[in-house]
Structure formats: structure tokens, C-alpha cells
Design a protein around this ligand. Structure first.
Ligand SMILES: [Zn+2]
Length: 179
């Protein structure tokens, strides 16, 4: 944040407001406290006849690496709607949500992932989309583990393959190394 979205002043400081216990960005001109909170990333682990649908990212960050179709939740959207939308945008596939499969915390990146297990309603998907340079269905033994874009996807797929016949939700956390 470079300027105050309330008054336009560039006079921002990080300070702990009275009655608070965390550093916040506060405008020295108008006094507005600019709270920043984690973003929610929603998506799916889409399956079709035992195969998993992955998309190769054509956008930064981690362009060129594989990922489950996921993206930021939009305003005025439920997490379920967002998860289905992301699959359509990144892969062109239609899915039906089965259950919430993964809750994955990234405290240092200010993100929380919600990944649903979903079944594709048909074998149809687009091989290229505006966000993906390649889309494909992978057998479990073909998953490109060494070319996964984010640990959240690897976590979700690992847990899925190890617990295929349960409907449990898996909780994971990734702390970025700070040393
Ligand atoms: Zn201000």
C-alpha cells in the first residue's frame, strides 16, 4: 500500500493502534486504519475415472508448472461457486463438488486454500485456456510431482491418493522458511 485509499495521503505508518495488539498500516493524515487480512484461494481436485485433472500455469507466479485449478475467491461469490468457476476458467471442465477435501494454511503468504474433491461431469476439457498452456488428465502414477507449482496441490493430491475411500477433510499448513 503506497497511499491512503480514504484520503489519498502518502503519509502511512506501521503502528499498533490503541486497543489493538498488532502492527497495522495507519494513515497519519486522516487516521484511517487499513486492516489487511488473508486471502482465500478456492479450487478443486477434479477426478474422472480415476484420473486427476491438472493445468500447467501460463501465468506468473510459477509459470510453466502444474497445479490443481485454483484461484482467488471473488467478491459476492461463495467458495463453492468460486471453486467451480476456477475449474472452468483454467481447464474448461465442468465439475460437480463432492466434499471439502483440503484446508491448507499459508500463514506467511496470507492465504488459505480450500480445495474440493470434485468429479468431472464428462471427459471434456480444453487443452489450452487463457490461464493454462496445457491441461491434462493424469493417472496417479503419472502425477508430475517434481513440476508442481504449489505445495497446496501436492498436499491435496497426496492425501487424496492415500485416502481415496474416505470423505474426510485434510488440514495442512506450510510455513515459509525465514532463515
Ligand atoms: Zn488517510
Amino acid at each position: 500500500m503506497n497511499y491512503c485509499s480514504t484520503c489519498g495521503s502518502k503519509d502511512l505508518e506501521k503502528t499498533v493502534p490503541e486497543g489493538d495488539n498488532r502492527l497495522r498500516i495507519v494513515c497519519s493524515n486522516c487516521g484511517q486504519i487499513h486492516y489487511q487480512n488473508p486471502n482465500m484461494v478456492v479450487g478443486c481436485l477434479p477426478v474422472y475415472k480415476g484420473k486427476i485433472l491438472l493445468a500447467r500455469r501460463d501465468i506468473e507466479p510459477r509459470k510453466g508448472l502444474w497445479n490443481l485449478p485454483c484461484g482467488f475467491l471473488e467478491n459476492e461469490e461463495t467458495v463453492e461457486e468460486g471453486a467451480i468457476r476456477e475449474v472452468m476458467e483454467e481447464t474448461g471442465a465442468e465439475v460437480r463438488l463432492l466434499h471439502l477435501h483440503t484446508v491448507y494454511n499459508l500463514p506467511n503468504a496470507q492465504q488459505v486454500y480450500l480445495i474440493f474433491l470434485a468429479e468431472m461431469t464428462s471427459a471434456d476439457f480444453l487443452e489450452i485456456t487463457t490461464e493454462s498452456s496445457e491441461v491434462g488428465l493424469f493417472d496417479p502414477e503419472e502425477i508430475p510431482w517434481k513440476e508442481m507449482a504449489f505445495s497446496s496441490s501436492a498436499f491435496a493430491i497426496e492425501r487424496y491418493l492415500a485416502n481415496k475411500h474416505t470423505t474426510q477433510t485434510h488440514f495442512g499448513t506450510y510455513y515459509k522458511r525465514t532463515d
